[in-house]
Design a protein around this ligand. Sequence first.
Ligand code: GDP
Ligand code: ADP
Ligand code: 5GP
Length: 210
Amino acid sequence: MSNVSGNLFVIAAPSGAGKSSLIKALLERHNDGSMQVSVSTTTRAPRPGEENGVHYHFVSEAEFLRQVDNHEFYEWAKVFNNYYGTSRTVIEDTLASGVDVFLDIDWQGTRQVKAAYPGVHTIFILPPSNEELERRLRVRGQDSDEVIAGRMAKAQGEMSHYAEFSYLIVNEDFEESVANLEHIVMSQRLRRSKQQIRYREVLQALLKEE
Ligand code: GDP
Ligand code: ADP
Ligand code: 5GP
């Protein structure tokens, strides 16, 4: 079978809406190597339990800015006073190998990715209410009260960009939201343009008399 290039997905949400948990759950269901999440580079300090190279590549501000100057990022942005960026080569190489890639990035980065890669599929995750968003940030228990207050204050700004995205998931019931995310991904894999490449030989055999 010929190799089909992978699909690129951007998933954005206000902090605490559940995007990391949703992506993680989807990857656990599809642990066949057909999809992966891009590990961003950040200047933020690691949270308890976060591992360098797994959750993020944690670097100093000087190192981050060196990578910016070297054009090593596909996109980058300053979010909550820290820098975050997506490695260019990892995205390009992974998509070329036929693997679907998820970018867990903010709306500023999404604009850059849309400009560089018009075929990207953009998904926005919303919480069911502001009260529930704050509850989830607290339940996660990984940020100080000050950081949580700052993220709640920024949530309105982040959510105001939801209309720039193609798909919208309101993450109320977790399992239903994972299923909805899965449907979005599967529908892209089933596009005729992709299936024509994947099933080139089957189609040739089926249509041999034409
Ligand atoms: P989270 O919101 O709880 O997941 O907290 P993080 O500190 O992990 O991320 C903070 C924000 O930075 C979120 O809006 C992420 O989507 C965004 N972010 C993470 N990685 C990147 C990246 O590589 N590029 C851009 N532009 N934004 C990123
Ligand atoms: P984000 O990556 O968007 O910042 P997380 O994935 O870290 O958000 O989720 C924030 C918290 O909310 C986590 O503790 C997670 O377990 C919880 N959570 C996620 N989705 C739901 C849901 N549908 N119902 C209840 N809690 C949820
Ligand atoms: P974490 O909080 O470390 O991101 O999530 C750990 C795991 O719990 C994730 O892989 C995800 O599958 C699952 N999870 C997170 N939140 C919920 C939830 O609200 N409901 C259910 N059913 N599973 C969850």
